[in-house]
Write a new protein. Sequence first.
Lengths: 110, 114
Amino acid sequence: AQRVTQPEKLLSVFKGAPVELKCNYSYSGSPELFWYVQYSRQRLQLLLRHISRESIKGFTADLNKGETSFHLKKPFAQEEDSAMYYCALTGSTGGFKTIFGAGTRLFVKA
Amino acid sequence: NAGVTQTPKFRVLKTGQSMTLLCAQDMNHEYMYWYRQDPGMGLRLIHYSVGEGTTAKGEVPDGYNVSRLKKQNFLLGLESAAPSQTSVYFCASSYPGLPRGEQFFGPGTRLTVL
């Protein structure tokens, strides 16, 4: 079964601390993974995609096919990082179904 | 550009009533999607459209109908609302050439069915 699991509903860290939001997936083919973010009173927006191997707002995520994970990391959390984060998966064969995780709320304390 | 807009933002229905949610995008995107989000769950795909005049079922299509008569609009209809359809509904759009999972989202519509 295709599934995206974000094991933490809430993650609370202090400003300046490292943060890691976990994402594990189950997919039989070759997946494409994404992280979306939703700030308070804003719409869901793409944060980063694994195929770009980019760093956005200090966040990075590495696809680990062996562990079927795509954890989102930032070395020094900022208060403005507080938001809901969603991990999402699609297949690389061109289908239109995107599977979203349930989300993790990140709270960065001053 | 307004991007993806959704109308209405909030709505309360009684069981059995019908309504239509409107999604509009001004980015000339080919693909449009309707999702629902329930507490503690990720977004789930209801229906999607790959172009004007075409629609297809997603993961949870029962109880909903859709139409894409114009490229910029994607309508989601509830013919006879049920309490189980209480949810937040998100519309999204994208275009060929983008990875499928890369979509532009609307602000959401919060629907309550009593």
